[in-house]
Design a protein around this ligand. Structure first.
Ligand code: PLP
Length: 310
């Protein structure tokens, strides 16, 4: 059943179907910074804002470490929906400039990303505003699922190892749901090895796995260049943990001191990515050190380098 009709045609800006290119023979890169707002969040923003437009939302609020806010602001601008985006202090100035450039109000909240989410949610409760949040709103995941569908369409198979940065889990959850769908439909008969990437300075899922805890071990984030995944208390922790255990997902951390060298390595090969994306390569190398050479690996180039010039 398609409740939203074809509203999406007026909202979409051609996001998705980003190329997959070879990095070094073992690693494939999905060029997700080649999207209208230069990050993978556009897939989810396109589906969420299409739904909002279809049900007549006129104004929304949301909180973000930056990229999701930029994406929602852009698709709202295209759809004539007013929006207010809450970002934590320390968010890259270029992300804030993009949010404001799209005509949205950017509210910078002192403190951590987790605190920023709490402030935004109180605003939702007080004012009854539509919460266009990428973590809570299920329509967002309908978009992020396409990461896997596109990969299958492009390669005619699913790579054996898929590295996914994990903060709140919007790409992670979408990818798992899509892979489960492909398995159920008989399109693939083997689940790939998923590897969830966390920042060494903010790794609640890694800590939980290390301690073998049945519920999430919350952490207080220490400063990290990987701002996109600096989430100490992920809102969908139980769901993510369940997926980790259901599919034997490995969780790996990106060493903080390797993020900038990886960013430089990628730049020298023509890929100009943001710090959080460079963290995925740093985590790939750490994974190889721990588990041996890892062929046929897919990494998402989640965000463009010009977004994190600090
Ligand atoms: C560049 C980048 N990579 C990865 C992520 C992780 O996404 P999530 O928090 O949904 O797991 C984000 C989130 O904002 C991001 O900006």
């Amino acid at each position: 059943m398609n409740l939203d009709g074809d509203v999406w045609r007026r909202v979409s800006m051609g996001e998705g179907m980003t190329p997959i290119v070879s990095y070094n023979g073992n690693v494939f890169l999905k060029m997700d910074f080649m999207m209208p707002t230069l990050s993978f969040k556009d897939r989810g923003a396109a589906t969420l804002v299409s739904h909002m437009k279809a049900i007549g939302v006129k104004k929304c609020v949301q909180d973000s470490s930056g990229n999701a806010g930029v994406a929602v602001a852009a698709y709202c601008a295209r759809s004539g929906i007013a929006c207010e985006i809450y970002v934590p202090e320390g968010t890259s100035p270029n992300k804030i400039a993009m949010i404001e450039g799209f005509g949205a109000k950017a509210v910078v909240v002192p403190g951590t990303r987790d605190h920023c989410a709490e402030v935004c949610r109180s605003k939702v409760k007080e004012e009854g505003a539509y919460y266009a949040n990428h973590v809570y709103n299920p329509y967002f995941y309908e978009g992020t699922k396409a990461y896997i569908y596109e990969t299958f369409e492009q390669l005619k198979r699913i790579p054996r190892h898929i590295f996914i940065e994990l903060g709140n889990g919007t790409l992670f959850i979408g990818a798992v749901l899509a892979l489960e769908h492909l398995m159920r439909s008989g399109v693939i008969d083997e689940f790939p090895q998923l590897i969830a990437v966390q920042s060494e300075n903010c790794a609640p899922f890694y800590e939980t796995e290390e301690q073998g805890s049945s519920s999430l071990v919350e952490v207080t984030p220490k400063p990290t260049l990987a701002e996109g995944i600096a989430i100490g208390k992920p809102a969908r922790a139980d769901e993510v943990l369940d997926m980790i255990r259901r599919h034997n997902v490995k969780v790996i951390t990106a060493p903080e001191d390797r993020i900038l060298p990886c960013r430089e390595e990628m730049s020298k090969r023509g890929f100009y990515v943001e710090h959080t994306t460079a963290a995925a390569l740093a985590a790939y190398y750490r994974y190889c050190e721990k588990f041996g050479p890892t062929e046929d690996a897919l990494l998402s180039l989640c965000g463009a380098g010009l977004k994190s010039e600090h």
